[in-house]
Design a protein around this ligand. Sequence first.
Ligand code: FAD
Length: 594
Amino acid sequence: MGQKDLARNQASAGERASVQKLRTRPHAQVLIIGGGINGVGTFRDLALQGVDVALVERGDYCQGASGASSHMIHGGIRYLENGEFRLVQESVVERNRLLRIAPHYVKPLQTTIPIFSTFSGVLAAPLRFLTHKQQGAPKERGAFLIKVGLSLYDFFSRDGGTVPRHQFRGRKRALAELPRLHPGIKYTATYFDASVHNPERLTLDVLQDGEKAGASGASDARASNYLSLVSVKNGAGERGTGSTVKLRDELTGEVFDFSADVIVNTTGAWVDLTNEAMGSASAFMGGTKGSHIVLDHPELLAACNGREIFFEHTDGRIVLIYPMGDRVLVGTTDVDADMAEDAVCTESEIDYFFDLIGHVFPDITVDRDQIVYTFSGVRPLPKHDATQPGFVSRDYRIERRAGAGQGGGAAAVLSLVGGKWTTFRALAEHLSNDVLAELGMPRKVSTAKLAIGGGAGFPDSEDGVQRWIKAHMAAGRDADRTAGLLTRYGTRAGDVINFLDAAPDRLLHSTRELSVRELEFMARNEQIGHLVDVLIRRTSLAFRGLVTGELLNEVAEILAGPLGWDAATRTSEITHAQEVLKRFHGVQVHSLVS
Ligand SMILES: Cc1cc2nc3c(=O)[nH]c(=O)nc-3n(C[C@H](O)[C@H](O)[C@H](O)COP(=O)(O)OP(=O)(O)OC[C@H]3O[C@@H](n4cnc5c(N)ncnc54)[C@H](O)[C@@H]3O)c2cc1C
């Protein structure tokens, strides 16, 4: 993968504390490979059970599919036509749970489906349901079919539902609510799902919960990014059981041995490649690529009226136009992925996105200049043959491979096939249960109601938010800045503020959203491997198109102290950030460094 290759060229100062923790205790009961949301979720769950667990991620946390999603925490209404009732029910339950346990990042999302016909698709849907294949030309999903789907959706939501039931509107009322919609619509259906506003930070919160649980319990849960599994070493671990693998620090190139009794492969679309590296070929995966663009387009933003517009494009694909803060997210595509190629958003995908905007908002024009960011990722779907990408099962399963036999043999390897963002908590529970069974250990804690990171004690009303802000303002930290910290960290912003207040601080010259001390906090506590991690995953500056040459220089200069970067490393970090932004996100940032 290109991003990894770029990372490997970067120098780094000394050994990172996260790597040291694995090197000094080079055995764990469980080694998790892959730091996307599913690996990290499983790490947290196992740490809470008192399991000695380690996790390695070859790039930054949440840099794979988990950082490329449509940001929806949803039941997946369209999976009903695939017959995936179990998945939809679990997803709706998990959506409602995440709204409660991660309220700092997961928010209700009003969603409107524009509908152009009454009965279309009614025959096509059962056929699709029976065969899981598209029959001939795509049949549009009409009002009747959507009504059936949404009623089922409401039914699944009935227990502990935290969102209102769906509503249908006739043309006149629909156009009164959303006047820029295509005048040819017959109805709209509006319902609530949820949106994850900051998936990268939610992943980090889940990870830090795991580390904290480990530190306070019997085990020492430890995790490192920029650490990849490269191969398996013959021979058992130090206790005579399990397997020994080789891990490589992607920032220094150093390789060391690590052993575990059970290995969990949560490397998403790379699961088969990881199994191959461990000497046990598999053919589980058949990932599909999906891209998005982010637009700075006030007219389109206003046309959405705060809602996600979720609809069927002319090719039968379900697509979305979705306000995120002051930007608009548009996606997504679904094409079989070639894992030898980098996942990037192509020009023809951008044409497709412009076309789909025109399908529902025909009098709004969009220009390539209004694109501030693009991103693309590979869904970790199961291998599929004739089935069209859009109809491949979105459910997950766990594949177990015994090493050379249990009791004195090589470690069992559990590979995760599939797994959406929405279901990560439930999936982590299932995967942990399987691991606990391997280890002969009981489950001690349920994560179903356990607040995640800065979701603990998060104010549940706008008044509460304002009170929190007022209580945490100080000289030199106004309401906007304090609100920004609460948005970025949830209630963990309290710890950040304590750190900021312990020494003199100032806002950056290039953005008012960050201060010098806050960057130092990130460098000390959030495993920053590269400058680009701050721009893409510790903040949303890149997503919103706010990275400038001045910002690159200033952030690199401030991080250099705590991360021990010399002048040459600082320059190479700036170049690396520019290359990643250009190659993977279509963003050209001119450097001020000559
Ligand atoms: C375009 C798109 C839109 C989506 N939209 C939604 C949505 O709206 N809602 C939803 O619920 N889901 C959505 N999904 C699905 C969801 O994002 C993924 O299913 C989920 O994030 C997968 O997480 P994961 O942890 O299993 O995999 P990943 O996030 O891909 O993580 C796997 C990790 O393994 C690492 N890795 C690989 N090889 C190695 C190695 N040898 N050593 C160490 N680490 C390694 C990778 O670097 C990567 O970080 C979408 C996915 C895509 C691509």
